[in-house]
Design a protein around this ligand. Structure first.
Ligand code: FAD
Ligand code: NAI
Length: 467
């Protein structure tokens, strides 16, 4: 047993936990961070955001070489080297996770390898390669994240029926991949394998892709993905799947009820969401209150029902996003030290890194109408943007939803090239309470993609120039 009492023990080194640990160290707290895997960075760096984006970037190059180079006057013979593509992805992950080790050292954070269990408020038992030890802490921060959700009747086997982690490392390109779920994971990883040569069919329970996002904008993305060859079946639910040899047979029933039919493929990717992860943590035994979906309940300062124990990130309510976990980590630790930590949940951006990308912030047109807001909407297509034209990008738009009276921007929704970067300006606009006039009157360098943002802001007052 160690005699040290830490000011803060963080459980989990994902983007929530490791960022909170760094902020705590900056604020002078003696901090330890427990992680059960040998690499830091959690889901995001090891099996989430980073490896998926590495494969999206690589597969996009392959796709461009196959389909876009010719129109630029470049003749190329292209061949896929999947092992090298995977090695590159693993290298990107390795460099970034090692980078966090460096940040921990620089900030004097003690890294503890092992699985944590809350023994009592202020006491965390860690079981690792060197046995079991107890850490004492004035405060505990739970940042244990989430794991892929499964469906009844569909058991993962890691080869033919897979979740996102397996789909980041398939040994060969499937001939046909069926994806269950048209959310971010299904569309991103479906895109990767489609670009590399797989036929991809997405089965979705609802009647649309990316539920919760602005409908008109999601429709544009759906159309663009369909043009690329991705197929969709909406209003269906996968009821079961069996593997025989190299073939997976999926039982597909109408969501509204009725007879099931079958579809076959050689890889089935189940991407129907993620569940909060608290297994073995001892949270329930410690009396920490959870909601019906297994998420840890917290108050406005991210404190659980047990004083001195806090929780952030995927393991609590809210969007399961790395930047949301990070902001909560920072704000939670700041509140612990008496600073006014705050997270503006109304301006959390959401991005789907397909090509074109989809990015949004704030209220969709449907949300705003449902809330009884009187709105003015401005849209501008990339077809009319000079830089997009030069790039050969024709799909998508920028859409700004503003309050009709005050002109304050309530939400913004983009499908288009580098939407993930373009949304940053509008996140700041929503956060700062800016009006569409503010954005419209700001300089936007010419010729750039952000000019489409300016034009959409002008379009709110029906005075776009280039359309
Ligand atoms: P996690 O990152 O899940 O980290 C939790 C850590 O806690 C893990 O390392 C785990 O091993 C550790 N842990 C759990 N229990 C214990 C225990 N008892 N003892 C010790 N350690 C423990 N989000 C985005 O914003 N952008 C993206 O582009 C994006 N892409 C994604 C792509 C994929 C394929 C997936 C699966 C997710 C993606 N996400 C993305 C979501 C993002 O990864 C999560 O929202 C984010 O990682 C949550 O951070 P976290 O710190 O709450 O938890
Ligand atoms: P999701 O919740 O975003 O989407 C799941 C989809 O599956 C929904 O459209 C749902 O209607 C559908 N579905 C559920 N059950 C079904 C069934 N039986 N049959 C057919 N369809 C069914 O979950 P996803 O894509 O797995 O992502 C998990 C989390 O990871 C999300 O919270 C997401 O925010 C995060 N993530 C974020 C990324 C990003 O920011 N770019 C990338 C990848 C993941």
């Amino acid at each position: 047993m160690s005699d040290v009492t830490y000011d803060l023990v963080v459980i989990g080194a994902g983007p929530g936990g490791y960022v909170a640990a760094i902020r705590a160290a900056q604020l002078g707290l003696k901090t330890a961070c427990i992680e059960k895997y040998p690499t830091l960075g959690g889901t995001c760096l090891n099996v989430g955001c980073i490896p998926s984006k590495a494969l999206l970037d690589s597969s996009e190059h392959f796709d461009h070489a196959n389909h876009a180079f010719a129109s630029h006057g470049i003749k190329a013979t292209v061949e896929l080297d999947l092992p090298t593509m995977m090695k590159r992805k693993d290298g990107v992950v390795r460099d970034l996770t090692r980078g966090i080790e460096g940040l921990f050292k620089k900030n004097g954070i003690e890294r503890v390898l092992g699985t944590a269990r809350i023994a009592a408020p202020g006491a965390v038992e860690v079981t690792g390669p060197e046995g079991t030890r107890m850490l004492h802490a004035k405060r505990i921060l739970i940042a244990t994240g989430s794991k892929p959700a499964s469906l009844p009747g569909i058991a993962f086997d890691g080869r033919r029926i897979v979740h996102s982690t397996d789909a980041l490392s398939l040994p060969e390109v499937p001939k046909k991949m069926i994806v269950i779920g048209a959310g971010a994971i299904g569309l991103e990883l479906g895109s990767v394998w489609r670009r590399l040569g797989a036929e991809v069919l997405v089965l979705e329970y609802l009647d649309r892709i990316v539920p919760g996002s602005d409908l008109g904008t999601a429709k544009l993305l759906q159309r663009a993905l369909e043009k690329q060859g991705m197929k969709f079946r909406f209003g269906v639910s996968a009821k079961g799947a069996t593997v025989e040899g190299e073939t997976v047979t999926v039982e597909v029933a109408p969501a509204a009820g009725g007879d099931a039919t079958t579809e076959t493929c050689d890889v089935l990717l189940v991407a129907v969401g993620r569940r909060p992860y608290t297994e073995g943590l001892g949270a329930a035994e410690a009396g920490i209150r959870m909601d019906a979906r297994g998420r840890i309940e917290v108050d406005a300062h991210w404190q659980t029902s047990i004083p001195g124990i806090f929780a952030i990130g995927d393991v609590i309510a809210g969007p399961m996003l790395a930047h949301k976990a990070e902001e909560e980590g920072v704000a939670c630790v700041e509140c612990m030290t008496g600073l006014p930590g705050h997270v503006e949940y109304g301006s959390v951006p959401g991005v789907v890194y397909t090509w074109p990308e989809m990015a949004s912030v704030g209220m969709s047109e449907e949300d705003a109408k449902a809330a009884g807001r009187e709105i003015a909407v401005g849209t501008f297509p990339f077809l009319a943007n000079g830089r997009a034209k030069a790039m050969g990008e024709r799909d998508g738009h920028v859409k700004i939803v503003a309050d009709a009276k005050s002109d304050r921007i309530l939400g913004a929704h983009i499908v288009g090239p580098r939407a993930s970067d373009l949304i940053a300006e509008l996140v700041l606009a929503v956060e700062m309470g800016a009006s569409s006039e503010d954005v419209a009157r700001s300089f936007h360098a010419h010729p750039t993609l952000p000019e489409a943002v300016k034009e959409a802001a002008l379009a709110v007052a029906k005075r776009a120039i280039h359309i």
